[in-house]
Design a protein. Sequence first.
Length: 222
Amino acid sequence: MNFNKIFVSEDIDSNNLGVTTTLHQMGYTNIGHSQYCDDAFLKLKKAIIVDEPFDLLITDLSFVNPRNSKKLQNGQDLIKAIKEIYPTIKVIVFSVEDDHHTIKSLFSDQNIDAYVCKGLNGLKELKNSIEALLENKTYTCPIATAVLQQQNILALDSYEEQLLLLLAKGYKQNEISSYLKEKGITPNSVRSIETNISKLKDYFNAANTTHLVYIVSSLGLI
């Protein structure tokens, strides 16, 4: 499986450029785009009519649209509209939104194939999502995955929260060890700190400590 034509629906030029650049780096050149949901739908529909449909739609959810007359208000409306006339199109949502209900309903009600949160590692995760779709898999980035599992996330204990707060401030593990020793907090050895951070990275599926801090911050856990 491969994607012959990809459509990007994104209203912010810098984000559009980032997505397009990532697609070019992956070898994709047949890329359509629009900054407006109504216009995006018309282009997608026209491609179907001339029997040259797009295989993949990458869309944001929120659009700042200055046009007064519009039928499709947001990415959800666009996905619903195109799925009604071309249900086999693959859809990746690329958005800053990380609401549990929104993500869950997009998968269950609109049958999207991937959800990727913008921000740190966003474009890398977008690439990962495309590769997953090529293998006929669905995909959620680590933040979206954590949001969907949020009801199962145990509250951080005070020790874990302290570790993450210090990491967020840029402390290195030896500095965290010294700080905890000064405060009389245990365990405070570098090895124990490393072990606990590693467990947190595994739990939140974080690539590194910076990514870990980003995920738990996005979830409002610190």
